[in-house]
Ligand binder design. Structure first.
Ligand code: PRX
Length: 567
């Protein structure tokens, strides 16, 4: 291996340094003493995230600071407790109880946080849905859980095909009665007419279901990954040591709670650490983002490489129009963080960008760059204390430094998924070698334990940090009358990491045309979600297939594409 570039840590009062004795004696068990349940035995994520801070005298501290298009407001921890108590009472009055699924289909907005907290207070399993999901994506997820309860905004309810979801009994709208149709219930009106029930929190055991996130793999439909309340142990301590959250921090995680990052590090970890969370509605816009960072006085910022690359592409002059001097800690997740981006962060913001690696299934960060340690640009960092990572060959044998293999982790961390919903066989596939979770990522490790991402071992696509299953996109395209055969791959892209590319064989009688291209793109965009829509489509006479089973060879399509772009 050649000589690695390293970037030393900056001076600072980092939590992990202050907690040195805990770190040295680290076991997950040592972290448990932080939680009130270690004394009382009463477990609930929301109690530890919100109610306990009020009980501890921090009720007037700002929990949420919302920056919307038309309004800006804050909620204190006390207000968040009261609102989540009230909404929990509203849900309970309609029958929501321990173990039920409650889907939440809301924009990035405090209502989304309150709805999630209210459901979890009751011991329900919350299913936050990404705001850009269209009908098929919404239907598939709710139907898979035979979901009975949904909280949606007046805008997003339009994308819920109620007639195709017979299980759905109760739908609350975050709006007024005049914004409701049919049997939909105005959550706002109900809340006004309801008195919050004292002591509404349901106590659960640590292994009780907390949330469900659907995630894509290379084959089959998206799978529901269920996490348990025990995840809070790791979510709290990674929030403390990796995000370095302190009492006076203003923290912005740019992900929507429909993705695991938005739930774990946008809701739970910062609240468990009593930070102030910034919520900003809408998608990416460079000026808006800089202006939110400045206006909110963000101190800790967690985003994704694509967003940093898009900011970088807008030029450094834009950035100099804003006072971003409060930012003291920056982190990244979801896709490979290029060394250029780290150098850009240092040049323009005088801050290192700390990469973190984890997955929906892992429930919290596992490989990280701690603020006190050196960064090796191009590496995802090192295992978090208590986490053991190895690189394995096909037979499960540990590989030497520098050799590419399967990134695997000793399956003993508290946030690991509890189950794959209705698919125990799929759950087993993550553990092909006794005791090891095999991630599906290929990586190398250097002599110092730094881990370098090398790609996926399967066909999963990662575009802008969003995980897309080729099978889902292929299935959608196959529904179009013009499509005879289709293969979908991720094509390397300088900004988005990968883009979705579809290779299509048309049915006879259909001609290739720009109009058809547009139509096919729209078909996926409208049915599934914008991020899954193929940015590129290539029409072909035939697709490469396996000789006997006739399965489409995505790998061959990808290899051709890589050759074209010279990778
Ligand atoms: O391939 C890895 C990539 O994202 C996958 C997990 O996606 P998802 O479940 O949607 O979770 C995303 C955020 C928690 C991984 O298998 N990935 C995640 N973080 C990184 C990454 N690839 C490279 N570098 C990272 N830091």
């Amino acid at each position: 291996m050649g000589k690695e570039e390293v970037i030393d840590s900056y001076e600072g009062n980092y939590n992990i340094a202050a907690d040195l004795p805990v770190r040295e004696d680290f076991t997950w068990k040592t972290i448990e003493s932080h939680f009130s349940w270690s004394d009382t035995g009463k477990v609930n994520m929301v109690y530890e995230s919100v109610d306990r801070h009020v009980a501890d005298g921090y009720g007037e501290k700002i929990a949420l600071h919302y920056f919307g298009e038309a309004e800006e407001y804050t909620l204190t921890y006390r207000e968040l407790k009261e609102k989540s108590d009230l909404w929990a009472t509203v849900l309970k009055n309609k029958g929501v109880k321990k173990g039920d699924f409650v889907f939440v289909f809301l924009e990035k907005h405090p209502d989304c946080h309150i709805a999630m907290l209210a459901a979890i207070k009751l011991g329900a399993i919350v299913g936050p849905l990404f705001e850009a999901f269209m009908e098929d994506a919404v239907k598939e997820r709710i139907a898979d859980c035979e979901g009975t309860y949904l909280i949606a905004s007046p805008e997003l309810i339009k994308r819920v095909p109620r007639e195709e979801l017979p299980s759905l009994q109760t739908v609350w709208i975050t709006g007024e009665p005049e914004q409701c149709n049919g049997d939909e219930i105005s959550l706002y009106a109900e809340a006004r007419a309801t008195q919050a029930e004292e002591g509404i929190t349901e106590w659960v055991d640590l292994n009780h279901g907390l949330n469900i996130h659907y995630t894509s793999g290379s084959t089959g439909r998206p799978k529901g990954i269920i996490h348990a309340h025990r995840a809070m142990i790791q979510q709290y301590i990674t929030g403390r040591w990796v995000l370095d959250l302190k009492d006076d921090d203003v923290y912005w995680c740019t992900a929507h709670p429909g993705w695991v990052t938005g739930t774990v590090y946008g809701v739970f970890a910062p609240l468990l650490n009593r930070a102030t969370i910034v919520i900003h509605g809408g998608r990416f816009d460079a000026d808006e983002w800089y202006s939110v960072l400045e206006k909110a006085g963000v101190t800790v910022w967690y985003s994704a490489p694509t967003a940093y690359r898009m900011l970088m592409a807008k030029g450094d002059e834009k950035l100099t129009n804003y006072d971003l001097s409060k930012i003291r800690h920056i982190l990244s997740v979801g896709e490979p963080l290029n060394p250029e981006v780290i150098r850009w962060g240092i040049k323009t913001l005088s801050r290192r960008i700390h990469d973190t690696w984890w997955m929906t299934e892992t429930g919290a960060q596992l490989i990280v760059n701690l603020p006190t340690e050196r960064i090796v640009p191009g590496s995802m960092g090192k295992p978090f204390p208590g986490v053991e990572a190895v690189i394995l060959d096909e037979a499960g044998k540990e590989l030497l430094p520098g050799k590419v293999g399967h990134l695997a982790l000793k399956a003993n961390w508290p946030a690991i998924m509890r189950e794959v919903w209705k698919d125990p066989a799929k759950y087993e596939t993550y553990f092909p070698f006794e005791g090891w979770y095999v991630s599906g990522d290929l990586a190398t490790m250097d002599e110092n334990g730094y881990i370098f991402f090398q790609g996926r071992s399967d066909d999963m696509i990662n575009s802008s940090g969003e995980r897309i299953g080729p099978f889902e996109v292929e299935s959608k395209l196959m529904e179009h009358p013009a499509v005879a055969e289709v293969g979908v791959i991720g094509k390397p892209d300088a900004v988005r990491g990968e883009i979705v590319k579809a290779f299509i064989v048309l049915k006879s009688g259909y001609e290739t045309s720009e109009a058809l291209l547009q139509e096919l793109r729209q078909f996926v965009r409208k049915g599934l979600a914008a991020h899954a829509s193929p940015k590129e489509i290539e029409f072909m006479e035939e697709l490469p297939k396996t000789p006997i089973s006739g399965k489409i060879l995505r790998r061959e399509l990808k290899a051709k594409e890589l050759e074209k772009v010279g990778v």
